[in-house]
Design a protein around this ligand. Structure first.
Ligand code: ADP
Ligand code: MG
Length: 699
């Protein structure tokens, strides 16, 4: 960084030690460089003048230029009020100060030129402007039209003069000193290709644009470079990982895979499943470490892909594990996989937080001896005590609940790191996938198993409850099963629990024994009891499953055809989509009914409408991103990536894509950044890499 930009903030004219201190503490502004990167969050349009004549037709504030042709101070309560008569070519208007007029009056010159900004209000028949911003001009021609930048401030900053205007003035002190001090680290060809303005110009224009076009160009340049650096880092991370980390070579297809594929696979794989298995196979057979994200909508058959990948590991003499975020899911994986492999001579085991100590000990031994081929489980798999003979592949299901740190803990389970396959529960918007998993290779299952009928979704109010019950009855007559889900919100756990119990009671009253059997599952039950109830429902022994969101992810009961979600306005979109994904897994027509009360907020309405509108998880995830923002979707553990100064992952998806494409283009052109035109970007990238300890550990 150049000298000027690394100068401590207190040395800027008009700052000094005391105010420098508050800038450091309250706004984390340590240097001139930090200040110039303190960007405005909006602009006030002062790019043109209004005429006095038009003031009556103008809604917001107006900007006028003209002369002072008279003024007087009028007694007003205990003090005085200042009235100034202002005139431009089209007419006259009064400017009024009820307070502070005594500071202004001495500066007034009859015939002097001024620029005035404020809101006009009607008093009787006349308009006037109270407490306008007024700027004295040396002559008529003096002009500084433009947009006025507005900055975030705070009470402590304001107390020392750093209101938005104060910040604007301070930055204006700095701007003349920037000349030739700002490195443009983007390669020439890139700037030309995208027609970007220079970095120096962008840093000036973002603070002092003449019009919105200039402001936009400055923002584009700065947003692009921010996202470009992020993408470049990810692309390099991916490349370097590939080059430096030796992987286990899983190149044999043997008995386990072939026997399963030829003799036990209960259905034909979908084209997308085949494609993805091929991609994975190509990856793990090269001796390079795999880091892959598997995306696929709910019900697209990710589990089977996971299983077949694990069989490849087994065929090469290695073990495999699959980790899920909840106990129920881990156990369900265990059941599913055990069933699939029932007729094969492989040992599958499950390890969760509730596994008994004695059993655990045996598991640990069997893992070490290599007796266990496939291990299913929860976070418990990450514990240091869990050691394998030879772990070749680790699969993480429903990734967004795990952070990067956990991924790297799995790496250490073997001398050569096991291959990593991350499976997401719901599709995530492409922008977020690029940003949060930009260092992973991506495979997408973009096809559902055949014969699935689109789930019919409707929104019903409380008044329709009897109809809904009637509908349930008919579906049960057809031999189908029903889910009824209640929300669980931590803050009011007891209340939620009561709602659930009330609901359960009214359902058992309407659907009584012995004709009907109703299961219930909720968080307060013992794992064994939960499990029992789940099993009853999965086996078709009960007709209705009343549950809290513990069944949210992954549960698979193909005969269930109706999903009723109570108080559905309380659920987020991805959760609703997940829940709906529990039905529509068999060949029957399935239904999702979103029950709500009468009072609905705007966002809730949008969520419900989106659900009724589409079954496409990718579309739903885009709406979700707009409603919630990336922070909420990805969770705070990943918030490091969200420290973007200017770019907004929800709004700037096109720039994200552009940044990704250009980062790839650069690496393809010059993989080691040796070109002269790439020296600056190489230096900036090295600095970023150095500042992230996590990085060097991995690479
Ligand atoms: P998800 O991708 O949501 O994890 P699952 O792996 O649970 O989906 O699969 C959903 C359902 O589809 C399961 O019942 C599974 O057995 C079934 N399934 C998976 N692949 C196929 C296929 N190729 N043909 C038919 N059914 C399939
Ligand atoms: Mg799943």
């Amino acid at each position: 960084m150049s000298n000027i930009l690394s100068t401590p903030i207190e040395y800027l004219k008009g700052v000094g030690p005391k105010r420098g201190d508050i800038l450091r503490k309250e706004a984390h502004l340590f240097t001139f460089g930090d200040l110039i990167h303190y960007f405005p969050f909006r602009y006030i349009d002062k790019s043109s003048y209004n005429l006095v004549r038009d003031v009556a037709h103008h809604e917001g504030a107006v900007q006028l230029k003209g002369q002072i042709i008279g003024y007087k101070e009028v007694k007003f309560g205990k003090g005085k009020r200042l009235e100034v008569v202002f005139e431009d070519e089209s007419g006259r208007i009064d400017l009024i100060w009820f307070k502070g007029g005594k500071w202004i009056a001495p500066k007034l010159v009859i015939g002097g030129w001024v620029k005035v900004y404020g809101k006009a209000k009607k008093f009787g028949a006349k308009y006037n402007i109270a407490h306008p911003d007024m700027e004295f001009l040396k002559h008529e021609k003096e002009d500084s039209l433009g947009l006025q930048a507005v900055y975030h401030s705070g009470e402590k900053l304001q107390n020392l003069g750093f209101t938005s205007k104060g910040i604007e003035r301070t930055i204006a002190q700095l701007i003349p000193q920037l000349k030739n001090e700002v490195d443009d680290f983007l390669p020439r060809w890139l700037i030309n290709d995208l027609n970007l303005i220079s970095r120096e110009e962008a840093l000036v224009k973002i603070h002092q644009p003449s019009n919105y076009d200039e402001a936009k160009k400055a923002q584009l340049r700065l947003k692009f470079e921010e996202l470009f650096l992020l993408q470049l880092e990810l692309v390099f991370r991916k490349e370097i990982t590939k080059k430096r980390i030796k992987g286990i070579k899983l190149d044999k297809i043997g008995d386990a895979f072939n026997t399963f594929f030829n003799e036990h696979l209960p259905f034909e794989l979908t084209g997308a499943q085949k494609k993805v298995i091929k991609e994975i196979r190509a990856d793990i057979s090269t001796g390079i470490h795999m880091n892959r994200l598997l995306q696929g909508d709910v019900g697209s058959g990710k589990t089977l892909v996971a299983l077949m990948t694990m069989l490849l590991a087994v065929d090469n003499g290695y073990q495999a594990c699959i980790m899920a975020p909840t106990e129920i899911l881990a156990r369900q994986h265990f059941e599913t996989i055990s069933n699939f492999l029932e007729k094969m001579d492989l040992k599958v085991a499950v390890l969760t937080g509730s596994t008994k100590k004695a059993e655990r000990k045996i598991l640990h031994e069997q893992l070490l001896s290599g007796e266990i081929d496939i291990l299913c489980g929860t976070h418990a798999l990450l514990e240091d005590i869990v050691q394998y003979k030879d772990l070749g592949l680790a699969i993480i299901d429903e990734q967004h609940r795990f952070g990067v740190a956990q991924r790297s803990r799995l790496w250490k389970k073997n001398t050569l790191p096991p291959h990593i396959l991350v499976m997401t529960a719901t599709p995530i918007p492409r922008t977020l996938a690029l940003t949060f998993y930009g260092d992973l290779d991506v495979s997408v299952i973009d096809e559902l198993p055949p014969g699935r009928k689109e789930i019919q979704t409707s929104h019903r109010l409380e008044s329709a409850r009897l109809n809904v019950f009637g509908f349930i009855e008919k579906e049960i007559e057809k031999g189908r099963q029903i889910y009824i889900v209640y929300p669980l919100i931590q803050e009011s756990e007891t209340l939620d629990y009561n709602n659930l119990m009330d609901g359960f009671e009214s359902i058992t009253r309407r659907f009584p024994l012995p004709k009907y059997r109703v299961s219930i599952v909720h968080g307060k039950m013992k794992p064994a009891d939960k499990d029992y109830e789940m099993q009853q429902f999965a086996k078709g022994n009960t007709h209705i499953m009343v549950a809290t969101t513990v069944i949210e992810v992954g549960v698979n009961v193909p005969n269930a055809s109706v999903m009723i979600i109570e108080s559905s306005e309380k659920f987020g979109l991805s959760q609703l989509h997940q829940l709906r994904g529990r039905v529509g897994r068999g060949a029957d027509q399935s239904y999702c009914i979103l029950m709500t009360g009468y009072k609905l907020g705007e966002d809730a309405k949008k969520r419900l409408a989106t659900m009724v509108d589409t079954n496409d998880g990718f579309k739903i995830s885009e709406v979700d991103l707009k409603l919630r923002g990336p922070g909420d979707i990805m969770g705070t553990q990943q918030s490091g990536i969200l420290n973007l100064k200017l770019a907004d992952l929800a709004k700037d998806s096109q720039i994200v894509q552009l940044a990704r494409d250009k980062a790839l283009e650069l690496v393809e052109k010059d993989p080691e950044l040796k070109d002269r035109d790439h020296q600056n970007i190489a230096r900036v990238l090295r600095a970023i890499i150095k500042s992230k300890p996590n990085w060097s550990r991995i690479s």
